[in-house]
Design a protein around this ligand. Structure first.
Ligand SMILES: *Cc1c(COP(=O)(O)O)cnc(C)c1O
Length: 221
């Protein structure tokens, strides 16, 4: 039986081929939010090493144990980060994908210096300019990126977005690629279970896939 993970990896490979890219240049971030350690272990045993969590607290409860056995795991924070959780996030995560406001950027810069740990960061872009979503507006992105890099000296490597639901994502992905390109940023985190192949065609360097690997999440209580 082919595992869901294998199917996703094959789809990534095929999308990369269509885009005349190599699958090596695309990182699969397996989104393990809400999944128990028992659900995550088989995915680790199949060789997956990069995971995404959206809550600092939940990641802190699950991953230190798992990392004792799987020491080469890389964790991406893909959910909103409150200022009072920044220190814990810096200690726990290998990439923070969700810098979405200046206050947070300043806190990360200050606490990274205190912790003597530099965590690669992505800026979250509110690419559909949706009121209910956080992130930097597309027309403010250039200034914000410059401020984070030049003034705060943050290791900004790329951009992340969650495009509007129920819409074709491709135009949004293309806009993301333009913003990254003109700012000299190499990493683009975009594409989820429903649209990761499109994201790869549009230039994603990492895709964040949960449901297609783990199955449907339990509905929130
Ligand atoms: C939950 C989540 C995902 C994964 O979504 P699926 O549709 O389950 O693949 C990706 N990115 C973010 C930011 C998420 O919160």
């Amino acid at each position: 039986m082919t595992s869901k993970l294998k199917t996703v990896l094959l789809n990534i490979h095929n999308a990369a081929k269509t885009a005349r890219r190599t699958a090596k240049d695309i990182t699969l971030v397996a989104v393990s939010k809400t999944q128990s350690s028992d659900a995550i272990t088989p995915i680790l045993d199949q060789g997956q090493r990069v995971f995404g969590e959206n809550k600092v607290q939940e990641a802190a409860e699950k991953w230190p144990r798992l990392r004792e056995k799987y020491t080469d795991v890389k964790l991406h924070l893909i959910g909103p980060l409150q200022s009072n959780k920044v220190r814990q996030a810096i200690q726990l995560f290998d990439v923070i994908e969700t810098i979405d406001r200046i206050k947070l950027a300043r806190a990360i810069a200050r606490i990274s210096a205190e912790e003597n740990k530099s965590v690669p960061c992505y800026i979250q872009i509110n690419i559909g300019r949706e009121n209910q979503k956080t992130g930097i507006a597309p027309d403010e992105a250039d200034n914000f990126i410059t401020l984070c890099r030049d003034e705060l000296k943050l290791p900004v490597q790329g951009l992340m977005c969650i495009p509007p639901a129920e819409e074709d994502s491709k135009a949004y992905f293309t806009l993301m690629k333009e913003i990254a390109g003109r700012n000299g940023l190499g990493k683009l985190s975009m594409g989820m279970s429903d649209d990761y192949q499109d994201a790869i065609l549009c230039g994603a360097t990492s895709v964040r896939v949960g449901t297609a690997i783990f199955g449907a999440r339990e509905p929130k209580e």
